[in-house]
Design a protein around this ligand. Structure first.
Ligand code: NAD
Length: 257
């Protein structure tokens, strides 16, 4: 399908899933806006590379998704937003009685509250354009829980709930809102969990991947960023016009267990 003429803003997209989605959106012809909280040459170089290789327009806008005013400024600076992908996210793992308060606040701000701010500014732009897609990158942890992930599980369940509200508020308009719930995808966020888990369980990297990370993923395979980009592209197609307010799991069977 072609997304020519559409502009996609993907939060938290200088790495991992967000970057993968940006590539798939650009390959489909959309103009893409990349984002993270840093402002390095490499960030801008990513946008240049996407523009050069796909022939579409791409730019990088620095904005810290833990700050409400910066979330809003990201969308305002982009000026147009047909496809909003709320993807920025962080993780921290600790028992609830030892969970650092600052980590709780940061996870709720970046993984949940940022999507409230960006959606609030993007929806009037979508209404003006007469078409729009809100795609929230939740998680299997938006539908199920694991121990030691209180903030993450709370934020992702919250994001799934907010997705339903946005869908109902736009139900009679040519705008949809959905959440994608990936299982494990091998990205820097997951990679960072491997060394500590190896130490904790006294396991090799391979054992950690199969027996810990993919323990609840029956396919025993990671989902890929390209697959997630493909699902976003599907949600942007006319086949998905009546798909709104729901979740799409990309989890190798995790939530079927
Ligand atoms: P990642 O660490 O590779 O990417 C996270 C992105 O968010 C990065 O681009 C980072 O720069 C950005 N980010 C972090 N803090 C930010 C801030 N304050 N402001 C702006 N940007 C910020 O991780 P990922 O695995 O690609 O995760 C992307 C999303 O997918 C997250 O919401 C995560 O919860 C979700 N997810 C990931 C997996 C997985 O297995 N990797 C599974 C389910 C859901």
């Amino acid at each position: 399908m072609s997304l020519k003429g559409k502009t996609a803003i993907i939060t938290g997209s200088n790495s991992g899933i967000g970057l993968g989605i940006a590539w798939e959106m650009a390959r489909a012809g959309a103009h893409v806006v990349l984002n993270s909280f840093t402002d390095n040459d490499e960030d801008h170089a990513l946008a240049e590379k996407i523009a050069k290789e796909t022939g579409t327009e791409a730019k990088y806008i620095q904005a810290d998704m833990s700050k409400g005013d910066q979330c809003r400024a990201l969308i305002e600076k982009a000026g147009v937003c047909d496809i909003l992908v709320n993807n920025a996210g962080i993780q921290h793992v600790a028992p609830i009685d030892q969970f650092p308060v600052a980590k709780w606040d940061a996870i709720i701000a970046i993984n949940l509250t940022s999507a409230f701010h960006t959606t609030a500014v993007a929806l009037p732009m979508m209404r003006k354009a007469g078409w729009g897609r809100v795609v929230n990158i939740a998680s299997a942890h938006g539908l199920t829980a694991s121990p030691f992930k209180s903030a993450y599980v709370s934020a992702k369940h919250g994001l799934v709930g907010m997705t339903k509200v946005v869908a109902l508020e736009t139900a009679e308009e040519p705008i949809t809102a959905n959440a994608i719930c990936p299982g494990y995808v091998l990205t820097p966020l997951v990679e960072a969990q491997i060394p500590d888990t190896m130490k904790e369980y006294k396991m090799s990297r391979e054992e950690v991947i199969r027996n810990v990370l993919l323990e609840r993923q029956p396919s025993k395979q990671f989902a890929t960023v390209e697959q997630l980009g493909g699902v976003v592209e599907f949600l942007c197609s006319s086949a998905a016009d009546q798909i709104t307010g729901t979740t799409i799991s990309v989890d190798g069977g995790w939530t079927a267990l």
